[in-house]
Design a protein around this ligand. Structure first.
Ligand SMILES: Cc1ncc(COP(=O)(O)O)c(C=O)c1O
Length: 337
């Protein structure tokens, strides 16, 4: 079997998770509620320090529900360069909400408060106004980069000064929390709505949640329905998440250690340079003349799957289904491909 580092979404449920799924108490979540989904939503709201949370089939739908709830047609959404909301959600902000996304280049790898402040345009009859700021923490496209709490707070202050809502794409907020030790609720307090994903580092087959103030989440219930996210016996999926919150959170530190181990083994070989990983994602810039697609193909033939992130950059993600031996083998293969 291949060592699959293309994404942290490729994991398969463990035997214990399958058992939790098989024995879940279920209902009809659209009709009159599913008890296991309800338990999950309450638990997520409490973990994030928010009034309420809603369970979603995907992070994209949860992100776009947050965007729908807080942006307005004909306004702009300010977000970091390379954000998932802008790059990988099928232009949903434009297609569904009628809002324009505008990337803000940070001074470092991710958006910072000062760059955000500079990007906000003064009110004028000639320029459209902003309605929303989106933060992604950790930032996938930048290489699993953590925005520290102090910077998150500073971004929140800039947004407040301009009466802008803040949505946090926290698909990998778990990783930011485990790597930095910052409580989840502290990160979440910097945003009005927070998306967290269960199908990445936590190793669940499906799911995400959106958390926020009670009134917004009441509206969010109907938006989720409109987007096609009303699920019926979804307690089966929620049971996997409840299991993972107990069993798979602390072990994220192992993914981070393996990312560092891989990065150390690869950095400098054949001119390759890594972005030092904050969490579970390693970006590898190839040496002069490097061709990422060609390396991906040669590595796949030797049983190691990675992504070509750009023509000269590889991305490797560490997760539940990769151990130390797999990490070392992956590094060996990449160094010889
Ligand atoms: C940062 C980030 N946000 C949102 C998503 C969307 O999640 P989903 O694939 O569940 O729609 C992803 C998925 O990779 C992601 O990496």
């Amino acid at each position: 079997m291949s060592i699959d580092l293309r994404s942290d979404t490729v994991t398969h449920p463990t035997a214990a998770m399958r058992q939790a799924i098989a024995t879940a108490e279920i209902g009809d979540d659209v009709l009159d509620g599913d008890p296991t989904v309800k338990r999950l939503e309450e638990r997520i709201a409490a973990m994030l320090g928010k009034d309420a949370a809603l369970f979603f089939p995907s992070g994209t739908m949860a992100n776009q529900t947050g965007v729908w709830l807080m942006s307005r047609p004909g306004t702009e959404i300010l977000l970091g360069t390379g954000s998932h909301v802008m790059m990988y959600e099928a232009a949903a902000a434009a297609a569904l909400c009628g809002a324009q996304v505008r990337p803000v280049q940070g001074k470092g790898l991710v958006m910072d408060a000062e760059s955000l402040r500079a990007a906000i345009r003064p009110a004028s009859p000639y320029t459209l106004s902003a309605s929303l700021v989106c933060i992604e923490n950790t930032h996938n496209g930048a290489g699993g980069v953590i925005t520290p709490l102090a910077e998150m707070k500073a971004i929140r202050e800039v947004a407040r000064e301009h009466s802008l809502g803040v949505h946090l794409d926290g698909a990998r907020l778990w990783n930011a929390h485990v790597a930095s030790g910052t409580p989840l609720a502290d990160f979440a307090s910097c945003a009005d709505t927070v998306m967290v994903s269960f199908s990445k580092g936590l190793g669940c087959p499906v799911g995400a949640a959106l958390a926020g103030p009670a009134a917004l989440m009441r509206d969010g219930w109907m938006v989720r329905k409109r987007f096609g996210g009303g699920m019926r016996q979804s307690g089966f999926l929620a049971a996997a998440v409840l299991y993972a919150l107990d069993a798979h959170m602390d072990r994220l530190k192992d993914d981070h250690a393996r990312a560092r181990r891989f990065a150390k083994a690869v950095d400098g070989v054949n001119g390759m340079r890594v972005v030092p990983p904050d969490t579970n994602i390693v970006m590898v810039d190839l040496g002069p003349g490097g061709d990422a697609e060609a390396v991906v193909e040669r590595a796949a033939a030797k049983g190691v799957l990675v992504s070509a992130w750009t023509p000269t950059r590889l991305r490797a993600c560490f997760h539940l289904d990769v151990d130390d031996a797999g990490t070392d083998e992956a590094a060996r293969v990449i160094c010889s491909s």
